[in-house]
Design a protein around this ligand. Structure first.
Ligand code: AMP
Ligand code: ZN
Length: 477
């Protein structure tokens, strides 16, 4: 499989450290609010990557952190703590909002068919390992104490800016973020590993440490949680593109300083979902969540398909108009699957054509996870000259990666249709349905007089007919 690696800025053949096994780490959510559908784009595409690796035969272990402490509102080590800000907004404790939004995050993931990682670790549960790693970094001369905080000393590294797309002046985080520079830092790019002093509101959650009572910085949690659960050799690290700097850059700096060798081989970054007016945000414009989409009548899996229709390394613009196009495409896929199911074909699988059709699908995903071409392969399969049994078997195979629940949705559609077609046990309902059927036949025969008479007869019985695109419905007054 070819995978784009942000580290080399090239597509590379994916080769894990241990043949057949993949260690994968994902930066989890900061649980101070609902995830917006932009955040969830990253998790959908990472989910497809994990599922495709499993489809390809790898034994995958995936770990995710939950940031429930210490993530500041600014990329720099500045600004208010996001968790504390959320707790103040809702007049709850930090742990209460962490629990509430962690549950909300996984509920959204379930609706989007995003698999829960094998290990999910909240930062507040790993304080001991943060302290252990920070202690070692100080001993090795990579970290220093200043003004009550512990900083990582970036000048001690041979190379710091590994995702080299940054200009040095852009790294003047204090200037870039429009906030005061931290005068404790020896170098502009240094970052906090452990806070005991914050110029902002007092942190609610604090722990004792060799440097005083305080709390961890954001970056250290991912390094520690990853190394604790996946060891010193990581195959793939995932996250949204905004995490490349400073978060991932700092993760690499501290992890490699700690272990003394290269840490992670492949960096998988998902580009942003934007709105027409720019970056997606939780605070300005419409706060786009999965629940909002549901309230507007969209199936969350349509949003999943919307994400799959474009490449993860391209930014994607969200609009309801674009989503409506996906609704049509998704409904078509479901309808075609339903019609295959209704054939009740029990013939043997045509292994030769299945192999050729499967190859189109795997070729697409082997090429830097090209999900939009994988969906084209699904359309090709529906049009292919092979039997329904083969098509259905491939649809369910592909769906283990795509996660669109096509068979389930098609079965639901068929059973709804069947329900509509089955005469009711209630004699009054059965009579209405029989008359609707008669009216349909009369209309088909252009016998409008009979059709109108039936409508009137039903109206006299207190039944109103409503003609819709899906057929005639009725209302009992
Ligand atoms: P956060 O909860 O802020 O820590 O972000 C969770 C994940 O969503 C991170 O991997 C971010 O990089 C990613 N992310 C943030 N904004 C967007 C966006 N607009 N589109 C895609 N991913 C995003
Ligand atoms: Zn992280």
């Amino acid at each position: 499989m070819l995978l784009y690696n942000s580290l080399s800025r090239k597509r590379e053949e994916f080769v894990p450290n241990v043949p057949g096994k993949v260690n994968m780490y994902t930066c989890g959510p900061t649980v101070y609010h609902y995830a917006h559908i932009g955040n969830l784009r990253s998790y959908i595409m990472e989910d497809v990557l994990e599922k495709y690796l499993r489809f390809s035969g790898y034994d995958v272990k995936r770990v995710m952190n939950i940031t429930d402490v210490g993530h500041l509102t600014s990329d720099a080590d500045e600004g208010e703590d996001k968790m504390l800000k959320g707790a103040k907004r809702e007049r709850k404790t930090v742990m209460e909002i962490a629990k509430f939004y962690t549950d909300a995050f996984f509920a959204d993931c379930e609706k989007l068919n995003i698999k829960t990682p094998d290990v999910v670790a909240p930062a507040t549960g790993c304080i001991d390992s943060f302290i252990e790693v920070i202690t070692s970094l100080i001993e090795k001369g990579y970290a220093y104490e200043a003004g009550g905080n512990i900083y990582f000393d970036t000048s001690k590294l041979n190379q710091y800016y590994v995702f080299n797309d940054f200009r040095e002046e852009d790294l003047e985080v204090g200037v870039r973020e429009g906030v005061e520079a931290d005068t404790n830092k020896r170098n502009k790019a240094d970052f906090v590993l452990w806070f005991t002093k914050s110029k902002f509101d007092d942190q609610e959650l604090k722990w004792d440490s060799p440097w005083g009572i305080g709390y961890p910085g954001w970056h250290i949690e991912c390094s520690c949680i990853s190394m604790k659960n996946l060891g010193e050799y990581l195959d793939i690290h995932c996250g949204g593109i905004d995490n490349a700097f400073p978060h991932h850059t700092n993760e690499i700096a501290q992890s490699e300083a700690y272990i003394g060798h290269k840490w992670c081989n492949y960096w998988f970054h998902v580009h942003h979902l934007n709105t027409n007016s720019g970056k997606m945000s939780k605070s300005s414009g419409e706060f786009l969540t999965v629940s909002l989409l549901e309230q507007k009548g969209y199936d969350p899996l349509v949003y999943r398909m919307f994400c799959l229709q474009s490449h993860y390394r391209k930014s994607l613009v969200f609009s309801y108009e674009n989503l409506d196009n996906t609704v049509t495409a998704y409904n078509k896929l479901v309808a075609k699957t339903a019609s295959l199911l209704s054939e009740k074909d029990s013939s043997a699988i045509d292994t030769e054509s299945a192999a050729a059709l499967r190859k189109r699908f795997t070729d697409a995903l082997d090429n830097d996870l090209n999900t939009s071409l994988a969906i084209t392969a699904l359309y090709d399969l529906l049009k292919a000259k092979t039997n329904a049994a083969t098509k259905l078997s491939l649809i369910s195979e592909f769906d283990t990666v795509l996660g669109l629940d096509l068979i389930k949705a098609a079965e639901k559609q068929l059973s709804q249709k069947q329900e509509e077609a089955t005469p009711s046990d209630d004699p009054f309902i059965a009579e209405i349905e029989a008359m609707i059927q008669k009216r349909k036949e009369a209309k088909k025969a252009k016998d409008y007089a009979t059709a109108d008479a039936i409508r009137k007869e039903l109206a006299d019985k207190g039944v109103t007919l409503i003609d819709t695109a899906e057929g005639t419905k009725y209302k009992i007054n």
